[in-house]
Design a protein around this ligand. Structure first.
Ligand SMILES: C[S@@+](CC[C@H](N)C(=O)[O-])C[C@H]1O[C@@H](n2cnc3c(N)ncnc32)[C@H](O)[C@@H]1O
Ligand SMILES: [Zn+2]
Length: 292
């Protein structure tokens, strides 16, 4: 975890800043003495004392998501994300002098950190990252994948442990959207980037995958749900033709919401009966919003 990423954070107990972490230290402490464990894998658990009713993705679901993403099927979506985000970060980089904070991306619901990693890789360095998720299984992988980011166990429905006006970009890839908090942490002129599935997403295997049907009015309802704090600036459809192996199809089934109810052995049997290659199309919408 880079100390420059820590600069953007505030203690969830008292709202004050954190002290730098020295190499080998296993706690993160604020200047008022509240301290939080840094896990062996490098993420920080800020959720101490916060009970949550959230149903976590299981380790098997997280592993399936990670394997599917690692296969690179969604690289074109990462390209589109980088294209949308780059000009916003460049504006901060150009405006800041030597002492100004580096541009910062907040990844809300980072999962295993795959999209964040792809994005940082495409941006080529000089960018701080804060990554939040409620799942420790996911964060273990995220912290290994993005060791420079501040990977934090946190509930997106709580006030975020991030200074007001500090983020250049908030990224939300298939994760909950807390409009008020995203607006608070974005700097004026910052960008909220939201990826959602479009109707027809993986439709060809929706039955195998037990995917939940996607509402046709998803885009309108997305804008409406954020309208109190954000104005839609652009909406970019991203279609990706995919050729999936039986293992890929099994991973898709397991990584979604249906994964909670799937018997892995049964799934493996069903996948073995699939053809060598299944052609499907991933349909995404990449929506960018400006704070009001
Ligand atoms: C479908 S996954 C997407 C993960 C990642 N953005 C990706 O696309 O690979 C949704 C993620 O949101 C996280 N999540 C769900 N509710 C959350 C909450 N209330 N606070 C923080 N994270 C949450 C889950 O743990 C999960 O990692
Ligand atoms: Zn504190």
């Amino acid at each position: 975890m880079d100390n420059s990423a820590l600069d953007a954070l505030i203690c969830p107990v008292c709202g004050l800043e954190f002290m730098d972490v020295l190499p080998g230290e296993n706690t993160l402490a604020c200047i008022d003495g509240h301290s939080f464990d840094i896990a062996r894998q490098g993420y920080v658990n800020l959720l101490t004392g916060h009970g949550t009713k959230f149903t976590h993705d299981t380790a098997a679901m997280v592993a399936a998501r990670d394997a599917f993403l690692e296969a690179g099927h969604y690289a074109p979506l990462a390209d589109a994300l980088a294209g949308t985000v780059r000009p916003v970060l460049a504006a901060t980089g150009a405006a800041g002098g030597g002492a100004a904070p580096r541009p910062m991306v907040l990844d809300a619901g980072t999962g295993t950190g795959w999209y964040l990693h792809q994005l940082l890789d495409r941006l080529g360095g000089g960018v701080d990252a804060v990554a939040l998720d409620i799942s420790k299984f996911a964060l273990r992988r995220a912290a290994r994948r993005n060791p420079g980011a501040a990977n934090l166990a946190w509930d997106l429905w709580q006030p975020l442990p991030v200074e007001a006006g500090r983020a250049d970009v908030v990224l939300v890839v298939f994760a909950p959207r807390n409009a008020a908090e995203f607006a608070r942490v974005l700097r004026p002129g910052g960008l909220l980037v939201v990826v959602t599935p479009r109707p027809g997403h993986l439709a060809e295997i929706a039955q195998h995958a037990g995917l939940l049907g996607i509402q046709p009015d998803k885009e309108a309802s997305l804008a409406a749900s954020l309208a109190s704090h954000f104005v839609l600036e652009s909406a970019l459809p991203v279609s990706i033709p995919l050729h999936l192996s039986p293992a890929d199809v099994a991973n898709v089934a397991l990584m979604g919401p249906a994964g909670h109810h799937i018997e892995v052995q049964e799934l493996e049997r069903a996948a073995a009966a699939l053809p060598e290659r299944t052609d499907v199309t991933a349909e995404f919408m990449l929506s960018a919003f400006r704070p009001r």
